[in-house]
Design a protein around this ligand. Structure first.
Ligand code: ZN
Ligand code: ZN
Length: 89
């Protein structure tokens, strides 16, 4: 049997499914920004961007507040961004 190299099709979740996923991630992270610990203005960030095979999976998502979220994207653009592992506790 030959093993085909599988390339995962880029899945797009429906909005409802997305919202559910977000809730799961927020709950898992205790409704806190994983960068600074605030409880407001929370957003969900893709640890690996979808453009580099990041998946719409709980394990690839992290809770960040607006500030930390903007920071991580800004520093990522500067190419000296903090590796995602460091954001986890
Ligand atoms: Zn924060
Ligand atoms: Zn993001």
């Amino acid at each position: 049997m030959t093993r085909m190299r599988q390339k995962q099709p880029r899945r797009q979740l429906a909005q409802d499914a997305y919202r559910e996923l977000w809730m799961k991630v927020l709950k898992r992270d205790g409704w806190r920004c994983q960068g600074c610990g605030v409880l407001t203005n929370l957003q969900v960030h893709h640890v690996k961007p979808r453009s580099s095979l990041g998946d719409d999976a709980e394990t690839n998502l992290i809770t960040l507040c607006v500030n930390c979220h903007q920071n991580i994207h800004r520093s990522r653009r500067k190419k000296n961004w903090v590796p995602a592992e460091l954001w986890w506790r």
